[in-house]
Design a protein around this ligand. Structure first.
Ligand code: HOZ
Length: 432
């Protein structure tokens, strides 16, 4: 392992303590750096595109709180909006005007979400959307794609991406066989497999859930026609199409992946960016489907913290910034420059990589073969990724600690950050 030049003594001491206090020392698995080596850093503060660890080292951040920090950390408008509501109390377990406002903004951006229910996380959103698909269709089977991660509800912990894939875990113990008996899986981007499954079981499938641009296997971009075909097939069989836009919503475009690709899902799940860093989630869709949700209808789903004023205020302030003209063109341009620069630096050093990018998300895979699904993603050289991660960390670039996660770029990343990141990568590629 490369020698550590940064002084990270305070992080090291905290890590020692954390390992005794929390499972694996963390509150979410990939944070433990198991697949990249080295000890996790503890952070004190974030500002714009930067993070500072407890030892005072500064990093350019590409995790972005795993997606929510699309404006950069501690954006003044978001801080001010949250401060403004805190004096009035943290939540009342009752309706507030701000909930109407955020539902209107979401519907304006993603018109397929005619009716919106706020929840507290992406996991809650996907879990509820699938219950709703089952309630609406009266069918039990659901379909997910291999390498997609939709949170940690029992029925979805099957061939999942993100931390499950990073740690190479089998389908999780504690999930009863009965909970996943109706979960069918398919390879992403494989139209023939999709056709075969629907020919055999289409009329028994309640819903298909998909990350329209996958972030949780690293970034996988849908091949032309794949999402269109999925839409047509699900419509023909009366199966609901659920877009998990927890990562892509308000990130790859103002209207998310569905707007970018011109596809109308029946239900959509959101989280991350719509809370600007506060815990939030949402699911929504066609009125006739959402009318099944209690108390409008019989499908039960509830939450004490749902729509809490601080999260909604942070979300509204974030969305107001994202609604400004030119924002998405800027995000795209910055991310493309970064992706191109990293690829060029790797090519110059003779290191085979693939860089998948769409909107403000990208992944650099250490493999010669184009990456289009989980099979091709997992062929990446994860040991090399680990070395790259450590070298970049030493150079002050903080990347997601897994080959199978997306890098998130924010509006606070500019030419200086792009240049510094490519320069660090150029040095890293030379010694890999
Ligand atoms: N599973 C999340 C990323 N895909 C990680 C969340 C976290 O550790 O905060």
């Amino acid at each position: 392992m490369e020698s550590t030049m940064l002084d990270t003594q305070k992080s090291a001491a905290l890590w020692l303590e954390a390992k005794d206090l929390m499972p694996g020392g963390v509150n979410s698995p990939v944070r433990a750096f198991r697949s990249v080596g080295g000890d996790p850093l503890f952070f004190e503060r974030g500002q714009g595109a930067h993070l500072w660890d407890v030892d005072g080292n500064r990093y350019i951040d590409y995790i972005g709180a795993w997606g929510p920090a699309i404006l950069g950390h501690a954006h003044p408008a978001v801080i001010a909006a949250v401060k403004a509501v805190l004096d009035n109390g943290f939540g009342f377990g009752a309706p507030t005007p701000a909930e109407n406002q955020i539902a209107k903004v979401i519907r304006e951006a993603l018109p397929t979400m005619e009716v919106v229910r706020l929840v507290n996380s992406g996991t809650e959103a996907t879990m509820s959307a699938l219950r709703l698909a089952r309630a609406f269709t009266g069918r039990d089977k659901i379909v997910k794609f291999i390498g997609c991660y939709h949170g940690h509800a029992d029925m979805l912990l099957v061939q999942a991406g993100s931390g499950v894939a990073t740690l190479g875990l089998p389908d999780s113990p504690g999930v009863p066989a009965a909970s996943v008996a109706n979960t069918l899986t398919l390879p992403f981007n494989d139209m023939a497999a999709l056709d075969a499954l629907f020919a055999a079981e289409g009329d028994a499938i309640a819903g298909v859930i998909i990350e329209p641009v996958v972030g949780n296997a690293g970034v996988l971009v849908p091949e032309p026609g794949f999402l269109e075909h999925l839409r047509a097939l699900t419509a023909r069989h009366g199966t609901l199409l659920i877009f998990d836009e927890v990562m892509t919503g308000f990130r790859v475009a103002w209207g998310g992946a569905q707007c970018r690709f011109g596809i109308e899902p029946d239900l959509t799940c959101l989280a991350k960016a719509i809370g600007g860093g506060m815990p939030i989630g949402a699911y929504g869709g066609r009125r006739e489907i959402m009318d099944m949700v209690a108390p409008a209808g019989p499908m039960y789903q509830a939450g004490t913290m749902s729509g809490n004023p601080a999260a909604v205020a942070a979300g509204l302030a974030t969305l107001a910034e994202l609604a400004k003209p030119g924002v998405y063109a800027r995000l795209e341009e910055t991310t493309q420059q970064l992706a191109r620069g990293l690829k060029q630096a790797a090519d110059e050093a003779g290191v085979p990589v693939q860089v998948n990018q769409l909107g403000a998300m990208f992944t650099l895979f250490f493999t010669e073969t184009p990456v289009k699904d989980w099979e091709t993603a997992k062929a990446s050289d994860t040991a090399k990724f680990g070395r790259y991660h450590r070298l970049m960390r030493e150079a002050g670039i903080y990347l997601p600690p897994s080959q199978f996660e997306a890098n998130f770029v924010s509006l606070a990343h500019g030419p200086a950050e792009v240049e510094a990141t490519i320069a660090a990568a150029r040095k890293a590629f030379k010694v890999l």
